[in-house]
Design a protein around this ligand. Structure first.
Ligand SMILES: NC(=O)c1ccc[n+]([C@@H]2O[C@H](COP(=O)([O-])OP(=O)(O)OC[C@H]3O[C@@H](n4cnc5c(N)ncnc54)[C@H](OP(=O)(O)O)[C@@H]3O)[C@@H](O)[C@H]2O)c1
Length: 266
């Protein structure tokens, strides 16, 4: 792709996306510009030979696609710093939880091309799940470019913007819940005598394989669960205990909390 891509914020999500874009060779690394207010935050991307700077104005003047990868509460101050200096046709990509296209447009105080996107940190290993929505200024060819960037480091779907709070709960934040489950599974295995390092491999490969089964067999997750549960067997004992202790309800409540928080952040 013949475009310069800029990032403001080189934290967890920004660096994961940068890593994914470089590994997937979406643009050469010398077309990636990264700005952060602290030099030491560039350590996360130093292996990729991207351009780094603490001078945000200098950076935004060079980029065609600008990804705002700072926390939601600094969006307004970052936008007010750069709004006079962005290129005329720049595409601004907002990845902040709870921020809407309209809020970003208002912060720029002028018509600007805006993409609302919600990626997740598995971008780092090219296994992100991302959703994108476009404002009406984005042309078809630009939509293709944005989809190419996001599909380079995982799966991407175009969704209506009103679904973005649900996306935040189901894929943006959900790696955290899965890591908690893997940690708990490993703790139990350690309790039962397995060495810690081996326990993480067993737990995470089981989760990875189960996810792949859902994605690749297209069977209902309940059907796949039933296939693991033999009559009077070990798995149904575990399933019974999970139901008794509110496993499913706990996940639904957690995702509702995430969704509501995302809605409140507007
Ligand atoms: N993390 C996720 O899994 C995830 C998933 C989907 C979407 N998101 C969204 O991605 C965005 C970034 O999240 P994150 O988890 O990557 O946060 P993060 O790790 O805190 O990264 C933000 C980075 O921006 C830097 N920064 C803060 N203010 C700045 C400024 N004025 N100019 C330049 N750099 C600045 C921070 O530096 P210091 O830390 O040194 O201040 C940090 O390096 C958020 O809007 C979040 O909603 C995150």
């Amino acid at each position: 792709m013949n475009k310069n891509i800029g990032f403001i914020g080189c934290g967890n999500m920004g660096s994961a996306m940068i890593s994914g874009i470089v590994k997937a060779e979406i643009v050469p690394s010398d077309r990636i510009y990264v700005c952060d207010h602290h030099e030491n935050n560039f350590d996360k991307v130093k292996e990729y030979n991207v351009n780094t700077t603490t001078n945000v104005i200098e950076m935004v003047q060079k980029v065609d696609i600008l990804i705002l990868s700072v926390k939601p509460y600094v969006y307004e101050s970052v936008i007010s710093q750069i709004k006079e200096d962005i290129k005329k046709d720049v595409i601004v990509v907002c990845i902040a939880a709870g921020k809407s296209i309209e809020q970003v447009e208002n912060a720029f105080e002028k018509k600007v091309k805006v993409v609302k996107a919600m990626p997740n940190t598995p971008a780092l290993v090219l296994e992100a799940m991302s959703a994108v929505s476009f404002n009406d200024l984005i042309e078809e060819v630009e939509k293709e470019e944005i989809l190419k960037i996001f599909s380079g480091f995982g799966k991407v779907e175009v969704v209506k913007e009103e679904l973005m709070d649900a996306v935040t709960a189901v894929s943006g934040s959900s790696p955290a819940y899965v890591y908690m489950m893997i940690e708990a599974m490993a703790d139990a295995a350690v309790k039962q005598g397995m060495p810690r390092k081996q326990a993480y491999v067993f737990a995470s490969q089981a989760v990875y394989g189960a996810s792949k089964m859902v994605l690749e067999t297209h069977q209902h997750p309940g059907q796949l669960k039933d296939a693991v549960c033999s009559p009077s067997g070990t798995t149904i004992e575990a399933v019974g205990k999970l139901e008794e202790t509110g496993f499913r309800s706990s996940i639904i409540q957690a995702m509702d909390a995430c969704y509501e928080k995302s809605k409140r952040m507007k």
